[in-house]
Design a protein around this ligand. Sequence first.
Ligand SMILES: Nc1ncnc2c1ncn2[C@@H]1O[C@H](COP(=O)(O)OP(=O)(O)OP(=O)(O)O)[C@@H](O)[C@H]1O
Length: 205
Amino acid sequence: MPLIVTDLAVARGGVPVLTGVTLRLDPGQALILRGPNGSGKTTLLRTLAGLQPPLSGTIAGAEDRIAYAAHSDGLKSMLSVAENLIFWARVFGRREIDAAVQAFDLHDLRNRLAGTLSAGQKRRLGLARLLVTGRPVWMLDEPTVSLDTGAVALFADAVRAHLAQGGAALIATHIELGLDAAMLDVTPFRATHDTRAGASDEAFL
Ligand SMILES: Nc1ncnc2c1ncn2[C@@H]1O[C@H](COP(=O)(O)OP(=O)(O)OP(=O)(O)O)[C@@H](O)[C@H]1O
């Protein structure tokens, strides 16, 4: 089932950020979101992932199908690497974590408390959670931050394998991942000039 976004308008802090966004993401397809800092990539991903409502427009094919990896890893620091993955698998009604451990080379870290991992190791664990969800549509916000070259390659391989299995991915990134992916620059969709004065309408920033 494709994800179909039609004439979407999204806001942050009550201020419109993007308008008229229309896109389609088919199974097996990756789409790279591009645009300068502050242009609205995160806001678009948050809206598509269901974390905030759109101002207008429609999103079809998203219900219970999206796994979202945000800027923060959202790990449980007092659980081990394996326990974090098991916890997330159970949230999604699943048990299997071995493929995720292998894909992100976490075997030697399985019993380490997540809070004791380096930034790049935490990011690998955060991304490994995508695999345990079993969800077909990945929404990824700057997924390669803190990753070294080898880990970026592992991540790109994981995305390729996901696509080969009929999954899809929408990825906001400033770096070249070497994926066979279409590109969407959000700049043409930017809403009118940003005049906010420190406003925010969110409980959790
Ligand atoms: N919590 C917030 N409350 C109010 N405004 C926000 C909040 N987060 C971001 N903004 C503003 O919303 C606009 C869009 O930000 P967004 O994070 O979506 O951009 P981005 O393209 O993801 O940027 P980057 O490349 O820097 O990650 C920016 O003007 C930003 O300053």
